[in-house]
Design a protein around this ligand. Structure first.
Ligand code: AP5
Length: 196
């Protein structure tokens, strides 16, 4: 068990595409009172609204590539600072490259804990293909899913190694029912941070 964290708790939720970051972030935000900041949702909202940022990133997101580090960092850090000053942040999808991780670690609001969701690759594929039928996300085609998994392995896996070196990483098996996974995540967090 790690040292208790006082005040707002700042959490990074990471893991490959389809591992349940969004699903778990919603549960954790409800349990902890912290603010869920999903880079994917923020970017998709910009795309739907047709903003200049949305227009600039639409093709990149559809192709399953990462948008430039500076662009996503400028989008996330002001919101993370505001959340950290309130009840804490719950970052879903950031950082996912070493420059992004270093940018976050260099702030006055580094994460108190990093949770990496671990799901076998065949299950990830199955989940995203099922979601494709329900939601029709442009990046949920078999080819783009395969590419997103490769981008995770190449660009985001080293981020997990960096956080592990800093003693911040907890890897949580995330194949079970969502509520059971949420409970396993909460077990990794200091109990005093939970709301009664
Ligand atoms: P983003 O939206 O973050 O996509 P992702 O990381 O590929 O993750 P997903 O949304 O596919 O999955 P998830 O892990 O959130 O799982 P979910 O809960 O949805 O990013 C999209 C794109 O934006 C990127 O590809 C990139 O282009 C860009 N981007 C974002 N952040 C960026 C950054 N920092 N830098 C640069 N570019 C960035 O669950 C998946 C499915 O599984 C759902 O249908 C769900 O219902 C189901 N499910 C969840 N949990 C379970 C369970 N326990 N059992 C069974 N089914 C489950």
């Amino acid at each position: 068990m790690s040292e208790p964290v006082r005040g707002p708790v700042n959490i990074v939720l990471t893991g490959p595409p389809g591992s349940g970051k969004g699903t778990q972030a919603a549960r954790l935000a409800a349990a902890l009172g912290s603010e869920h900041l999903s880079t994917g949702d923020l970017l998709r909202a910009e795309i739907t609204a047709g903003t200049p940022l949305g227009e600039a990133v639409a093709g990149v997101v559809s192709a399953g590539e990462l948008i430039p580090d500076e662009m996503v960092t400028e989008l996330v850090l002001p919101r993370a600072r505001a959340a950290a000053a309130a009840a804490g942040y719950l970052l879903d999808g950031y950082p996912r490259s070493l420059p992004q991780a270093r940018a976050l670690l260099a702030t006055e609001i580094p994460p108190d804990r990093v949770i990496a969701l671990d799901v076998p690759a065949p299950e990830l594929l199955e989940r995203m293909l099922r979601r494709a039928q329900l939601e029709g996300r442009t990046d949920d085609t078999p080819e783009v899913i395969e590419h997103r998994l490769r981008v995770f392995a190449e660009s985001t896996r080293p981020v997990l190694d960096l956080f592990a070196e800093r003693g911040l990483l907890s890897v949580v098996p995330a194949s079970g029912p969502p509520d059971a996974v949420a409970s396993s995540i909460l077990d990794q967090l200091p109990r005093k941070d939970r709301q009664p």
